[in-house]
Design a protein around this ligand. Sequence first.
Ligand code: HEC
Length: 102
Amino acid sequence: MKTMLVALSLCLSMCVCLAVAAAADGKELYAKCQGCHGADGAKTPMGVGKPLKGMSEADAAKALAGYKTATYGGEKKAIMESQAKGLSDEDMKALAKYISTL
Ligand code: HEC
């Protein structure tokens, strides 16, 4: 029983660490988005679209996935398509999570 508890707490602390790592990753990845979107996501990128601030994780994930597959966006979507092209699914997940905290 004791061993099981130790194993369980080890497992739990690992999960917490993984979650923290993912959040940190999103912030790191967002560094290259700041120029257009602003550090706090409040900037209207290049005068078009909506600021990222206030966007939900689900909406941000949908938008990024859509840009990657060229199925989402407005008049300046080519810019975001080239941004999203280099992102992995993991990257987009971490970014969407981070954007929802802005
Ligand atoms: C060179 C400037 C530029 C950079 C760098 C950039 N973006 Fe964008 N972003 C834009 C523009 C312009 C739009 C609006 C595009 C359109 O017309 O669909 C946009 C739109 C978006 C949207 C959709 C917003 C909405 O309301 O639907 C998301 C999400 C987004 N960007 C995330 C990111 C992320 C994450 C990064 C970094 C990996 C990033 N952007 C980097 C210019 C940029």
